[in-house]
Ligand binder design. Sequence first.
Ligand SMILES: [Zn+2]
Length: 112
Amino acid sequence: MNLTKQKRYINKKYLAAARNQSCTARLKGCSYNNETTVACHSPFAKSGIGQKASDTEIAFLDDHCHSVLDRRIPSEYTREELKAEFKSARKLTHIKLNELGLMKKSEIGVIK
Ligand SMILES: [Zn+2]
């Protein structure tokens, strides 16, 4: 038994719903290419070391914005700006999940 690991919320439907959605971050340089959109876990969420964030801590992002937010490619955004961008992208993603009937209105913005 492992008591050190916190349970993370898992919902594969949230992740699958990203397919062909538009990017919710639309940072400078965004490809606006829905075909590259995936559900990206927050690089800012508080989780255990080496542990992925819960599936509520996601944003639908195209390949470019995903790379910028994960800092795999350089950008002019500061860490704080990226954090704010991710937060609003996450909100839009939750609203989208609600529209798709996968998330209750009362769950929008809630961390599980
Ligand atoms: Zn984008």
